[in-house]
Design a protein around this ligand. Structure first.
Ligand code: FES
Ligand code: FE2
Length: 376
């Protein structure tokens, strides 16, 4: 069912309760975050065996570890004995095993139960069967994506395809070599807004002229409310006199080695539903990962990624970080300003999308299909 058309210019958004109702959020946790591929951690954050990180995926806490043989593994962060949370820290490093802080059941980095008080006296306990419960994991763009579904959907169709659909060509994203880049800066934002407001905001540039003075200076076509997500293959071009994707238009770093001439001096934004945004510019990549924690709270981790030699040289990346950091703050403030109004009687029936925003209707259709509904 297409989103309802109010007039030729206007189509309806979702009603306000979609952004405030705990039952809707619970359904999204189950049907989306716990069913689709979810971008969990940056692979290089777990840079050696024993490194781990815990993340919230829907209603589950997941621990991602690097094994002694160098692979990444993901597990439900729940001890098989009596259910204590196994890793209580957000990140850390163990020598060779994960030990439950309750009764000391101990698991190797592959999840197998390897020790427990008196385990020797319980020879019938199957150490694999009582190992940690594995979660599917794929690596792409230098990130570990996990999927809690018993039968994960096709990674190619549901994740990688977003880049093909947006850039019009499967190879285009590969030119940025994102998995080989190094972390120049990470900023974590705790946003008091529903995750869908953040997605919708990212998908439209109708607001750019109002709230993003620095960005529209660099990308003048954004000042016209141009819909960055809408035109397949199109990247917004840097303005004349703009030397780099930086807060003052000053030069950035050299073009990443495989970025092509037609990708040069352009910005591409990709939304990988449900929780990832990828921003491509010639000399760096900015990747947002959202962690929706409640109907009105979303933590966003934003990574600025550069050529390894740029980071290794200690070059000052602050001018390019500052540009998108400002954009983030401007966007998230707008989302936080919107969130309380979602509960207002003024918004019971929702708001409207103008033509430059109509493509957000595609996101709403996708969402409703995921929730098993055909109509808001
Ligand atoms: S709950 Fe983990 S060892 Fe008992
Ligand atoms: Fe914005």
């Amino acid at each position: 069912m297409p989103p309802s058309q109010i007039s030729p210019s206007l189509i309806a958004t979702l009603p306000g309760h979609y952004y405030t109702d705990p039952d809707v959020f619970r359904q999204e946790q189950e049907n989306l975050f716990e069913s689709l591929w979810f971008c969990a951690v940056r692979s290089a954050d777990l840079d050696r065996p024993g490194a781990f990180r815990t993340v919230q995926v829907g209603r589950e806490n997941i621990v991602v570890t690097r094994t002694r043989t160098g692979e990444l593994r993901a597990f439900l962060n729940v001890c098989r004995h009596r259910g204590a949370r196994l890793c209580t820290e957000e990140s850390g490093e163990v020598r060779r095993s994960l030990q439950c802080p309750y009764h000391a059941w101990t698991y190797d980095l592959d999840g197998t139960l390897i020790a427990a008080p008196n385990l020797i006296k319980m020879p019938d306990v199957d150490r694999v069967a009582y190992g940690l419960i594995k979660v599917a994991l794929r690596e792409w763009l230098g990130y570990a994506w996990v999927c809690l579904a018993d039968e994960p959907p096709s990674f190619e169709d549901t994740v990688m395809h977003a880049a093909v659909e947006r850039l019009g060509d499967a190879a285009a994203i590969e030119h940025y070599g994102t998995e080989r880049l190094a972390l120049g800066k990470r900023v974590t934002y705790d946003v008091k807004a529903n995750w869908k407001l953040i997605v919708e905001n990212f998908m439209e540039c109708y607001h750019c002229a109002t709230i993003h003075p620095e960005l529209t200076e660099v990308l003048p076509e954004f000042a016209d409310g141009y819909a960055a997500q809408y035109y397949v293959g199109h990247g917004a071009e840097f303005g004349e006199g703009i030397r780099g994707f930086t807060v003052d238009g000053s030069a950035g770093f050299g073009r990443l080695p495989e970025v092509t001439a037609d990708q040069d001096r352009r910005y591409y934004a990709i939304t990988i539903k449900p929780t990832v945004f990828v921003n491509l510019v010639p000399d760096h990549v900015i990747l947002h990962r959202m962690f929706p924690l409640a109907e009105d709270r979303t933590v966003v981790e934003c990574d600025w990624l550069y050529a390894p030699e740029v980071v290794a040289s200690g070059a000052d990346v602050s001018k390019s970080v500052e540009l998108f950091h400002r954009v983030n703050v401007q966007d998230f403030e707008a989302c936080e300003r919107t969130q309380p109004a979602m509960a207002s009687r003024a918004y019971r029936g929702g708001g409207v999308l103008v033509p430059n925003e109509h493509h957000i209707g595609i996101f709403h259709e996708w969402l409703l299909a995921g929730l098993g509904e055909t109509h808001a």
